[in-house]
Design a protein around this ligand. Structure first.
Ligand SMILES: N[C@@H](CCC(=O)N[C@@H](CS)C(=O)NCC(=O)O)C(=O)O
Length: 219
């Protein structure tokens, strides 16, 4: 398998965590989101993902032998979960699975897309907003999402976001916490979220998947 990603991309980070949890070996191909106007927009990469976003997972289909490119981190992770059932990321219990998906989507569908690079570039570029507007925007949407997440944890959490096993919810939380810290967001108002994120940060798979551990870190 080959993962096209970027060290600081939260969607790539999610897939790296899932790969590490499941102990799947893969090659890593960095796609620089800023250099030369963004390599994700280049003709070569856009063939792998028409949405011009990372990540892309390249794999060989075991049935046809064809090389396949998968996009959308949650689709990729669900594929990995189905093919590599060790350490399941979605509980078998349908109610618990729905709770996991709710928390995962809070981060991956409601928060991350509106704080994504292209949105921020549109805000300060096309919309002509000052650079400070970016920070205000990010802080506002992180607070909205983390407040809801914190309240949900009151009924779902154990050691981790849902119960005592690591799930897709945890996989989606950690990259957004990384992003929040990057923008200087204080997590004190979210004690459960903070405690779970700190616990996850000590897990070997989350350590291996961390942005600073990637070959393209700080480039
Ligand atoms: N829903 C997509 C989101 C992918 C995404 O937004 N990727 C970001 C990095 S986290 C990206 O490639 N941004 C480049 C850009 O905004 O131009 C997924 O989960 O895979």
């Amino acid at each position: 398998m080959r993962l096209y990603g970027y060290w600081r991309s939260s969607a790539s980070y999610r897939v790296r965590i899932a790969l590490a949890l499941k102990g799947i070996a893969y090659d890593y191909v960095p796609v620089h989101l800023l250099k030369n106007g963004g390599e994700q927009k280049g003709t070569e990469y856009a063939q792998l993902n028409p949405a011009q976003l990372v990540p892309t997972l390249e794999l060989t289909d075991s049935e046809s032998g064809a090389t396949v490119h998968l996009n959308q981190s949650l689709a990729i992770i669900e594929y990995l979960d189905a093919c590599f059932p060790e350490h399941p990321l979605l509980p078998a219990n349908p109610l618990k699975a729905a709770q996991v998906r709710t928390l995962a989507l809070d981060m991956a569908a409601d928060l991350q897309p509106i704080t994504n690079l292209r949105i921020l570039q549109y805000l300060t570029g096309t919309q002509g907003q000052p650079d400070s507007a970016k920070q205000v925007w990010i802080e506002h949407w992180i607070a909205a999402a983390f407040t809801a997440f914190e309240q949900r944890l009151a009924t779902t959490a154990g050691k981790y976001c849902v119960g005592d096993s690591i799930t897709l919810a945890d996989v989606c939380l950690v990259p957004q916490v990384y992003n929040a810290k990057r923008f200087g967001v204080d997590l004190t108002a979210y004690p459960r979220l903070k405690e779970i994120a700190e616990r996850l940060a000590e897990h070997p798979a989350f350590i291996a998947a961390a942005p600073e551990q990637q070959p393209d870190a700080n480039t």
